[in-house]
Design a protein around this ligand. Structure first.
Ligand code: 9YT
Length: 140
């Protein structure tokens, strides 16, 4: 069995701080773990408003805390995001996420992320991003 603790993982290279200043994410499970998905605890900073478009992945997002909304750009629908909300990007939906207060989200990606992904110009993740090696994960 594989067990990881968020408090430990946050001190390693599993914690990615997005260069765009919108979010950070601790990636508790990645492709190398061979679970078929990756599993992240993501913080969306208060007041941000940004677009994403995961052309290569599907993603499930569950809100643990905070308050915001997600808008699907194809139809302009806006969905509140509060604790207990699960939204699923099952159709590679182009979307905007807004945080009225800091949000803590559980994010699950299929296919799993390699580890170092940050959004490209289209708000997507590349399939061939660099992995977080276990050596790096324990030494940082
Ligand atoms: C909700 C969302 O997609 N936020 C961006 C970060 C992403 N979930 C990640 O890489 O963990």
């Amino acid at each position: 069995m594989l067990v990881r603790y968020l408090k430990d993982a946050e001190k390693t290279a599993r914690r990615i701080i997005s260069p765009d200043g919108n979010w950070e994410s601790t990636r508790l499970l990645l492709k190398d773990d061979q679970m078929g998905f990756s599993f992240h605890i993501t913080t969306i900073y208060e007041g941000v408003d940004f677009q994403m478009h995961y052309q290569h992945h599907v993603e499930a997002v569950y809100c643990i805390s905070g308050e915001g909304e997600v808008e699907t750009l194809a139809d302009g629908k806006v969905y509140p995001v509060t604790p207990g909300t699960l939204y699923n990007l099952d159709k590679h939906d182009k979307h905007t996420l807004r945080a009225f207060r800091e949000m803590k989200l559980v994010c699950v990606f299929n296919p799993p992320l390699n580890g170092k992904e940050v959004h490209n110009a289209e708000g997507a993740y590349e399939l061939d991003a660099e992995a977080v090696s276990e050596l790096e994960a324990v030494s940082e």
